[in-house]
Write a protein that binds this ligand. Structure first.
Ligand code: CP
Length: 317
């Protein structure tokens, strides 16, 4: 059985810690140039949705590991003219060594993994964004560990997420946070509270839940170590824009809200940010904001995820 990274919980906490150790190493090694972890390998990067960070970080990352990244916009593939995902995955399996997929349905990344026989990495679905949540945990370790690199340094931290708590980012952060002992407070309007599917993800992984939901922003912000938000209008939800902005405006991360957190709290955002909507310009550009370090870490963490999968699958072959 080929190992893939389709859900945050596809790696155990101990395996995720190995990935982080590798990511720390890759970050330090980067000035030394191209590595040979993926020498002779071609990876397909398939995009059904728009991207800036994910595309740049995977394309640069696979090149830096010595591999050949092939960016494939879905519109350019026969899949856009009706070829099935199953057949597409089988074809990829005959040419490539790994696949990265950004798409709508979680089922599609599962199908790529089932029929390609290759390691598949979920680069965002409507359900989950595990590359981002792993990067966020890594970034917190880097920040709070002050050089120690020990994942234990984030255990017990209060992590407050504001906005649409029924979205992929909220779900992945609840899962990855729980893997590392982080207390995740999901905070948003009742009508955007997490759905039953989040509990199913926890239960099927046998993971203890360390997340809670509240519709009271002051409760979530009280003593928070990390303030986190995401766009209020996710990709595919554009028709709901006006209604979402109105409903979510009490959950904006602003100076008053951040003042309720711990003295050394930080602000994180997966980006792109819509300044003036989910976060004020003042918080986004404040000294507390580590959003650009966070974005850069996508590169180091994803290089580690990909090379960890390649090594693991070699050892299982
Ligand atoms: N955070 C994130 O996934 O960014 P992109 O949508 O630009 O890839």
């Amino acid at each position: 059985m080929v190992r893939s990274f389709l859900r945050d919980t596809d790696l155990t906490p101990a395996e995720a810690a190995e990935v982080f150790e590798l990511a720390h190493r890759y970050k330090k090694l980067r000035p030394a140039g191209v590595l040979d972890a993926l020498r002779g390998q071609s990876w397909g990067l398939v995009f059904f949705k728009k991207s800036t960070r994910t595309r740049l970080s995977f394309e640069a990352g696979i090149y830096e590991l010595g591999g050949h990244p092939m960016v494939l916009q879905a519109d350019d593939l026969q899949i856009s003219r009706g070829e099935t995902v199953e057949d597409t995955a089988k074809i990829f399996g005959r040419f490539l060594h790994g696949i990265v997929v950004r798409t709508f349905e979680q089922d599609m990344v599962d199908t790529f993994a089932k029929y390609s026989g290759l390691p598949v990495v979920n680069a965002l679905t409507d359900l989950l964004h595990p590359c981002q949540s792993y990067t966020d945990m890594f970034t917190m370790i880097e920040h709070f560990g002050k050089g120690s690199e020990d994942p234990e340094c984030i255990r017990g931290k209060k992590f407050a997420f504001f906005g649409d708590t029924a979205c992929n980012m909220a779900y992945s952060l609840a899962l990855a946070g729980s893997m590392f002992g982080v207390d995740v407070a999901l905070c948003g309007p009742e009508e955007f509270r997490p759905g039953r599917e989040l509990d199913v993800l926890f239960d099927s992984a046998g993971l203890e839940k360390r997340y809670s939901f509240t519709s009271d922003p002051r409760e979530a912000a009280d003593g928070a170590d990390v303030f986190y938000t995401d766009v209020w209008v996710s990709m595919g939800k554009e028709s709901e824009k006006a209604e979402r902005i109105k409903t979510m405006s009490p959950y904006q991360v602003n100076e008053k809200l951040v003042a309720l957190g711990s003295k050394d709290s930080i602000f994180m955002h997966c980006l792109p940010a819509h300044s003036g909507e989910e976060v004020t310009e003042g918080v986004l550009r404040s000294e507390k904001s580590i959003v650009f370090d966070q974005a850069e870490n996508r590169l180091h963490v994803q290089k580690a995820i990909v090379s960890w999968l390649v090594n693991k699958n070699r050892s299982l072959a």
